[in-house]
Ligand binder design. Sequence first.
Ligand SMILES: [Zn+2]
Length: 489
Amino acid sequence: MLLRTLKIAGIVVLALITTIIIITLVKSPKSLNTQPAILVDGKEYLAIQTSALEHLAQSTTIPVIGYDDANNDSINHQTILNFHQWVKSTYPLIAKNAKWEIINQHSLLITLKGQSNKAAAMFLGHFDVVPTPDSANWKYKPFKGTIDRDTLWGRGALDDKNVIVALLEAAEYSLSKGLRFNRTLIFAFGHDEETGGKNGAAAIAHHLIKHKIPVSFIADEGFGVMKGIVPGLKNNCAIIGLSEKGNVSIKLTVNQLGGHSAWPNPENATSILSRGLNNLENYQFPAHLDGPVRGLFTEAAPYMNWGYRALFSNLWITAPLVKTVLLGGEKTAATIRTTHVTTIIKSGTKENVVPPLAEAIVNLRLFPGDKISYVQNEINRVIDDPRIKATVYLDGQEATPISPDQGDGYDQIRDCIHAQFPETVVVPGLVITGTDCKNYTAVTNRMYRFVPFEFSNSNLSGIHGKNEYITRAQFNRGVLFYIDLFQRL
Ligand SMILES: [Zn+2]
């Protein structure tokens, strides 16, 4: 009997191994250079185009800085008007040919009418930047627009003036060469993305819906072209973000009798809160290998080295192991589950008084499908103490719906990446930070987060950090990408 069971088990294992080998071999890589660049000769463009980086440098000297407590009244109107004016005078053909609209006093909506009556392709950018509290330690002053040996140093060089200026350069160049736009192009440049986009992007979305302007897809900031971001993949990788995680903070409050610190109760507000926080600290939300993340690994698997290819081609059986690998690093872990972390703790006002009130804020980034109501219930369950009240702090933001990984928008962006960034693997993915896209969910269900710049890790540390920079080669390639993309639409 035992022998028979062992025999059957042996056959099953052998069959599984054979299936894994077959699936792994079948998923061999396709060629990555199937798309020729269209209409625009890259070499010619790079030779003649010497002013693009200088324009980007000028734009970084007009700082629209986003502070958390900013609103439409406290914001620096004059700087924003200067930026609008700079765009108009630097790009005269766009100024002449496009429809210009200022939304909610500050954001910019530029429409270049296409020849067909297809729904528009919309490109987002934001011209506000985060503050530079450490500007004294920068290699070059963050708002001087210094170009040193073909590298521009300045706040906004990568987030997100590079996108705005690259789009404008591409459109101006196309107009100057008589290249036609088949599709209407809409550029929507927000002024408050770094503080949530409520006055900029949300107002633009409202305007588009009110005026029934059809938009087929939206392209916004997101991942660039990078090496080493997907385990086991040697090629450059371009991730097109199909969704972004939600963001909510939960406030925990404990009210108890305070009193003299000389005769404390065994339990008080801070001890109750600490125990609750400790429970949360020891808990993790479930990891998921589905949606855009599953798509990422299935699409990238054929290009991985053999071991990883076997692992990622066979998620039907290797998912638990893959999850363990991904949970090993904080960035990869954040792509497969809802994360939570305590960001504020407040209690006590005097050293000899037991505080009657203790509060904490826990910030959560929501994996698509994990709703705010679910995480709130889960926090209550894990804390397991009715004396700790958990309420949603400010407004939460659910994860955005997942855009289709094929069809209008996705297909042209993918093909253009293959044309402009040879040997690059293009995959769908999930963006773990926020973008302006979250304000446009009512405009279209096709939103693609990708920027056409080849980043290194040292580039990335400048985003929201110090010494933000971009090289001329990196920037010009992005301009070329958009010239090519506009012709594919
Ligand atoms: Zn940004």
